[in-house]
Design a protein around this ligand. Structure first.
Ligand code: C5P
Length: 224
């Protein structure tokens, strides 16, 4: 069967990765969480005390760091590795969420990661979620979804995800973080968060995960 590229973009914490993962599993496709890659660069810069405006050192760091994904055999989850070490838990912490949008505006960072993402999807048969997949990484994706949800719903979901990892964060702080990130992500000069003209809008505020997955799978069937 024809192998497609499925691009799922949208606002922070509206269920993109949960839906994308389930769609990939259903189709036997690879799944790439591009947000994890921007989070990994942020973690690297913070750990190496590289300032976000120190371009020469950022460029050197981009050459040095190795970002990859490894499948956890126990959970079946694709986990982010930085320099060969699984760093999934650290990249999801609030300290990274609070800085990642500042790092993802840097053109050198975007160029390096977009290139790597295009390489990862060159054989197609992939579901990729992020902010610029349908507009910049794979403008020729056969299926493009733009997901959103109301802020309160998104923040509550994020708070629950963090609680599972024993990170207790006030709802107001999460709302503040989501709104700031969405603002920076949609107003940056380089590949801003925006709906591609041919992307289908999916508001997940009142949808279950199963309904979201079915919605995407219907678009896939129509594209095959
Ligand atoms: O998807 P997630 O919320 O983990 O993404 C974290 C951040 O990474 C986003 O807020 C955005 O700043 C950045 N990002 C991006 N382009 C992508 C994916 C994520 O700029 N394709």
């Amino acid at each position: 069967m024809r192998q497609l590229v499925i691009a799922i973009d949208g606002h922070s914490s509206c269920g993109k990765s949960t839906t994308a993962k389930a769609v990939a599993a259903e189709l036997g496709y690879a799944y790439i969480d591009t947000g994890a890659m921007y989070r990994a660069v942020t973690l690297y810069l913070l750990e190496h005390s590289i300032a976000f405006d120190d371009l020469p050192h950022i460029e050197e760091a981009l050459h040095q760091m190795q970002i990859s994904f490894k499948r956890n055999r126990k959970t079946g989850r694709n986990e982010l590795c930085l320099d060969g070490k699984v760093r999934e838990d650290e990249i999801r912490q609030m300290r990274i969420s609070n800085s990642v949008s500042e790092v993802s505006v840097i053109p050198a960072v975007r160029h390096a990661l977009v290139r790597q993402q295009q390489q990862m999807g060159r054989k197609r048969g992939i579901v990729m979620d992020g902010r610029d997949i349908g507009t910049t990484v794979f403008p020729d994706a056969e299926v493009k979804i733009f997901m959103t949800a109301d802020t309160h719903t998104r923040a509550t979901r994020r708070q629950e995800e963090l609680a599972v990892k024993n990170e207790v964060v006030e709802l107001a702080d999460i709302i503040d973080n989501l709104e700031k990130r969405d603002h920076i992500d949609s107003t940056r000069a380089e590949s801003p968060l925006r709906r591609a003209s041919d992307a289908v809008l999916l508001d997940t505020s009142h949808m279950t995960i199963d309904e979201q997955v079915d919605f995407v799978l219907e678009r896939v069937s129509a594209a095959l």
